[in-house]
Design a protein around this ligand. Sequence first.
Ligand code: LLP
Length: 421
Amino acid sequence: MHDFHVRRGQLYCEQVPVDRIASAVGTPVYIYSHHTLLDHFHKLQRAFRSLKPRICFSVKANGNLAILKLLVQEGAGLDIVSGGELFRALQAGCPPEQIVFASVGKRPEEIREAIQRGIFCFNVESIPELLAINAEARRLGRTAPVALRINPNVDAHTHRYITTGTAESKFGISIEDAEAFILTRWRDVPAITLLGFHLHIGSQITKAAPFLTAIRRVGLLIRRVRQAGIGVEYLNLGGGLGIVYKDERPQTAEAFAKVVTPVIKQLKVRLILEPGRFIVGNAGILVTRVLYVKGTRSRAFAVVDAGMNDLIRPALYGAYHEVAPLKQNGHGGHRVYDVVGPICESADVLARERRLPELQAGDPLAIFGAGAYGFVMASNYNGRPRAAEVLVKGRRWFLIRRRETPKDLMRQDVIPAALIK
Ligand code: LLP
């Protein structure tokens, strides 16, 4: 599942003691395992080998250039949601024809850039957006390939903040609206080529059932559209595969593929997948150091040097991340701690009520499952430079993002001369 192991009382990432990296680079620091990352990608590739899908890694889960480059070298495409991510994907060396572009709010200049670069496909989230893409393509004298993102009204049974396939959510187009537009108004968009349909029903989904329900619903739509003489070549299933944070028992890639493959074959479509968390979630940890141990009458707090600005998932979703010391330090017994950051917000709790070996100032801790939606969601709140990132490969480790400095944080600030006395 991942390559972080305890050996002789010490946490290792592959062959490197994590503490060695923390001492060299400082804390907080994100540390990723090269092997875990590629292993997860290959697992998915293998599981679906009979369909030869396009696997477009979801850049929003982890956009580090070195990580993107590694996946692209292995044959991954990329799933992007903005002009910023388009730029990043191209910088990482991703061929434009391996890029898919979702997002409910694509700006005209982002659409233009993506058409000019020749991306594989826009995942279109509304009819007004489809008309806008058509207009931009016409102006450029080009055609734009699209998949319509269908909102199948399926509950993925995950956290409500990361459910995206129900009728109440802002994402996608209802089956009825998509069908009506394709069958009666398609001539309004002459600069659009319909490649197929897109689904993304949510994230951290542990069972195949909601995916299957969604595919079946879109399957009926595909049949009706084909009956009208319109071709449908692709079905993009989005991302959403769940991972283990605590005691979840998510489907494996093999089990997922076993359920999905026959249905896709029946539909005679080519498959696209957009995994994010599945590939990188358990490939990364956040390492932080205890600054102070303090107690109140009712609680013990380990105040650490990483905060909700570094890893917002616990504060935002009440997400659980496993926490463990890097070394079994033998200070003695165990105690129950709230592991809290230095930020001036009560929500700045990284882990609540955890039984840990007795902690002292200076002790380094690992926060697991931080590879996806960790660094990418970090901010500079409270004037805090964002953490460094390191990639471990076998016995070697590499800095893949320098720690920000206070100067970096002020780079874009302007003091207008007219305001200065
Ligand atoms: N495709 C689309 C269109 C998406 O919106 C997403 C994620 C993915 C693929 C990748 O999903 P994954 O395989 O990683 O589940 N920040 C939240 C997760 C938000 C997911 C947003 N969309 C978290 O930390 O749990």
